[in-house]
Design a protein around this ligand. Structure first.
Ligand SMILES: Nc1ncnc2c1ncn2[C@@H]1O[C@H](COP(=O)(O)OP(=O)(O)OP(=O)(O)O)[C@@H](O)[C@H]1O
Ligand SMILES: [Mg+2]
Length: 474
């Protein structure tokens, strides 16, 4: 639920990352600084302790404090200022000490003493007096392999610790503060870069089925959001095309069905009102039957088309000898062609057998033959040629008819599409033949291609897949 907004998610991620980085960096800085600080003090303490332990100073270790003080200043120099020095003998008793220690003594832990007795230099931070932390080195002087003296030099760490404390405070304040400021900046930037999304959402909300022609504004076509908008626009364009095809389709269907219905109605009304003789009734019923047939045909076609497009068309596959089938269909069509004065010829170069639905294949070729004869004027010629190429049986229906204008070619397989929209119903079909034929060819795994030149004629070529065995033989 927290991550419902990309902006919030981005900002949170940003803040968390930044916090981790800041804390890591500050810890590293603080610890390094602290180490360096102690290292420096330790080195100074060590060099003083070494100075005191040097053989020249040795005799003075047993002198009274006042003289010791003077010796220290002479030998060690101004570095000694502010340092505490105490020297213990082998038994742990105080040998001498600097005056500023007064009667205070360093409290040294037992184990440190033991380590020093073994000749090791030991550093420690001890709580001195008046709560002052003291950094201290215990430096053993070994004579003949045995501990002779233990020189201890201490320096007050008040100032250093105070400095560290101040650094901590500064970090403690600046980290949350910069975290807040940067997060706010991040929130602002995220908002800025998500602004196009917001604009996109707004304009997308305005698009409905009624104004599918609207497009999203693409601010920058090269960035991610621009790409998204462009993709969405493409989808919209496709949707728009589908919608308009659907609208066109409903309009076409109603139009196609309205005409026969109007005729039916008119004739029936006339019959009821005026007709007396049985012969006249017969004539009218005959004509009505024509219209009814036409309507059933349209509906049949549409149903088949819808099924084919949904992939629901049931095909009864069997072996079909295409040369026999075509021979039969051409013989049938010859009657029609002769009436129109069109020569119809058929040539099969060799027998071709495919696997297909006989009735559906008939439908495909009848439609093509019907078109070829219908759109070829008196004196023309229609040729049907059967052969095969690669993995397909090929049937070409070639005519010397009117041809199809180039601008119409892409649409002739669309439902209800007719080149001559004004063609009268006597010789004009519904424009469903080719769309059904191509759907049927596709249902068989094939396709229909067309080449046509206006005034010269057309070639419709049907490709239907050959059975696998047939290809192996070939
Ligand atoms: N062989 C052809 N020569 C010229 N034009 C053709 C040819 N075949 C089809 N067409 C054009 O393509 C259009 C669509 O053909 P289709 O077969 O789908 O419809 P139709 O023949 O008009 O009607 P239907 O086949 O439904 O009775 C036709 O109207 C015609 O204009
Ligand atoms: Mg047709």
């Amino acid at each position: 639920m927290l991550f419902r907004s990309i902006r919030l998610t981005l900002t949170l991620w940003y803040a968390v990352t930044l916090a981790v980085i800041l804390v890591l960096f500050s810890s590293f800085f603080y610890l390094t600084f602290k180490r360096e600080l102690y290292l420096e003090v330790d080195q100074e303490l060590l060099s003083i302790a070494q100075g005191i332990a040097s053989p020249t100073l040795e005799p003075f270790l047993r002198t009274p404090p006042s003289a010791f003080e003077q010796v220290l200043e002479d030998f060690i120099g101004p570095r000694i200022a502010g340092k505490f020095v105490q020297v213990l003998d082998a038994s742990g008793k105080l040998a001498t000490a600097s005056i500023n220690l007064q009667d205070q003594r360093f409290a040294v832990r037992k184990q440190d003493l033991l380590k020093a007795a073994q000749g090791k230099i030991v550093y420690a931070t001890v709580g001195g007096w008046e709560k002052q932390p003291i950094r201290m080195v215990s430096y053993p002087i070994i004579v003949n392999g045995r501990l002779a003296y233990l020189v201890q030099v201490g320096a007050p760490m008040m100032a250093a610790q105070e400095m560290l404390r101040k650094i901590l405070i500064v970090l403690g304040v600046s980290i949350p503060l910069s975290l807040f400021l940067f997060s706010y900046g991040g929130w602002f930037l995220a908002g800025l870069s998500l602004k196009p999304v917001d604009i996109l959402t707004r304009s997308a909300k305005k698009i409905t089925a009624e104004n599918l022609s609207q497009r999203l504004e693409v601010l920058n076509p090269h960035d991610e959001i621009g790409e998204l908008a462009a993709t969405f626009n493409n989808t919209l364009a496709r949707l728009e095309a589908v919608f308009s095809r659907m609208r066109q389709f409903s309009a076409d269907v109603s139009h196609e069905l309205r005409t026969p219905l109007t005729i039916l109605r008119g004739e029936t009304e006339v019959a009821l009102r005026w007709v007396k003789e049985p012969e006249e009734y017969r004539a009218i019923l005959q004509s009505n039957l024509e219209e009814i047939k036409r309507m059933s045909e349209i509906i049949e076609y549409l149903l088949d088309l819808a099924k084919a497009e949904e992939g629901m068309l049931r095909l009864e596959f069997s072996e079909v000898a295409l040369n026999d089938l075509l021979n039969e269909l051409v013989t049938q069509a010859k009657v029609l062609a002769r009436q129109k004065g069109v020569v119809l010829a058929y040539e099969a170069l060799y027998p071709v057998v495919i696997s297909g639905d006989r009735l559906r294949l008939r439908q495909i070729f009848l439609n093509l033959l019907d078109n070829a004869v219908k759109y070829t004027p008196n004196g023309g010629e229609v040729r049907v040629v059967l052969d095969s190429v690669e993995r397909y049986a090929r049937v070409a229906v070639i005519d010397t008819g009117s041809g199809i204008p180039e601008e119409d070619l892409p649409y002739i397989f669309d439902r209800f599409y007719r080149v001559d929209k004004a063609r009268n119903r006597a010789d004009g079909g519904t424009g469903l033949g080719l769309s059904l034929s191509s759907s049927l060819a596709e249902a068989h795994g094939g396709r229909i291609e067309v080449v046509s030149e206006q005034g010269m004629g057309s070639v419709f070529t049907v490709y239907l897949p050959l059975p696998a065995e047939a290809i192996d033989v070939a």
